[in-house]
Write a protein that binds this ligand. Structure first.
Ligand code: 13P
Ligand code: SF4
Length: 330
């Protein structure tokens, strides 16, 4: 395939739409290419099961950023969403970072356009900015420090009690962290389209139907949902919790991909996805994460495209708040 044709496809579709010979054994070929190119595959818990199983490392946003910081591979294949691949690129400016589908965005990252945020920030000139990692690289360049759902409380507590803070872009996570730390951070009005879908009424019904089940939730959920939860945490924290808990059944309010690891870790336990307001949609699936597929991963690794690139100044400025976070999270 000519580079011009590839460029056109990437522009229009976000991935290389190449016909694959049906006799190609995708898992075998991906494994072979990975070795040949000294590549590392980093997958998030929300992508489909086979994409988690083929990864060298599968984890939450913090774990993936840490894995990206530690890898000695020449090529980083990020099976997740765009902001995660950008974070890996910022940490590794001299490595090539590829993502199976460039259109794998994030509603939270999209909710905070850099120009609007810059305007917002001018209203609070004496505030420090904490940016949730689910944000564009441009937003990170305007931040004092980055955090993930796994370390948000610790990062906020790293500032003196009287420090004035802005938290962006997730208002639900920001509200939750305000409630557990007693801070009063100014919040950007952003939210995740998956975690805002849960229905309190339907969750309560399910809890009555399964009184022995524990309800657990990701902090991107809205407050009324979080108030019902026995445990709140990042995807890794939820996965650890179900392994430690004595309960046999769990109602899980986060993206459905995590159930793959929960079922693998605890084959005898039952995991029930928390119901959403709209029973006609696949609302527990992140449509961006689900843009990844074994076929796209194979083609991406074969051509080493699409590549995630960033201007030099964005990398330089973005490194500061990300490295601060990694340092505090050691
Ligand atoms: P975690 O960092 O908990 O994996 O969350 C990432 C994410 O996108 C949640 O929607
Ligand atoms: Fe973004 Fe929500 Fe998808 Fe996570 S689940 S990547 S926050 S849209």
């Amino acid at each position: 395939m000519e580079q011009l044709q590839i460029d056109q496809m990437l522009e229009e579709k976000g991935y290389i739409d190449e016909a694959i010979d049906p006799s190609v054994k995708l898992v075998e070929e991906i494994t072979r290419l990975k070795k040949e190119k000294n590549a590392v595959i980093l997958s998030h818990f929300y992508v489909d099961g086979p994409l988690q199983d083929i990864a060298d490392f599968v984890g939450d946003s913090l774990g993936l950023a840490q894995a990206a910081a530690e890898t000695d591979a020449d090529l980083i294949v990020f099976v997740g969403v765009h902001f995660m691949a950008e974070t890996a690129k910022i940490i590794n400016p001299n490595k090539k970072v590829i993502l199976p589908d460039l259109k794998a965005s994030c509603s939270l990252a999209e909710s905070a356009p850099a120009d609007k945020f810059a305007e917002f920030k001018t209203q609070y000139p004496d505030h420090k900015v904490i940016t949730y990692v689910n944000a564009t690289a441009a937003l990170k360049t305007m931040s004092d420090i980055v955090c993930t759902s796994a370390n948000a409380a610790k990062i906020v507590e790293s500032f003196p009690k009287n420090e004035k803070l802005i938290f962006a872009p997730d208002k639900n996570l920001g509200n939750y962290i305000n409630s557990i730390t007693g801070r009063n951070m100014v919040l950007w009005d952003g939210a995740c389209m998956v975690h805002e879908q849960y229905s309190v009424e339907k969750i309560v019904d399910l809890m009555e139907q399964y009184p022995d089940a524990e309800f657990i939730a990701h902090p991107e959920c809205e407050k009324p949902v979080l108030l019902l939860a026995k445990h709140i945490g990042s995807t890794t924290a939820l996965l650890n919790y179900v392994q430690k808990s004595k309960a046999q059944k769990f109602i899980v309010a986060t993206e459905s991909g995590i159930l793959h690891q929960m079922t693998k870790a605890c084959p005898d336990k039952t995991f029930i996805p928390a119901p959403s307001n709209d029973s006609t949609c696949a609302c527990n699936d992140c449509s961006y994460m689900k843009l990844n597929s074994l076929q796209k991963l194979y083609v991406c690794l074969k051509h080493e495209q699409p590549e995630v690139t960033l201007p030099k100044d964005v990398i330089e400025k973005g490194q500061v708040p990300i490295k601060r976070m990694l340092e505090i999270s050691k």
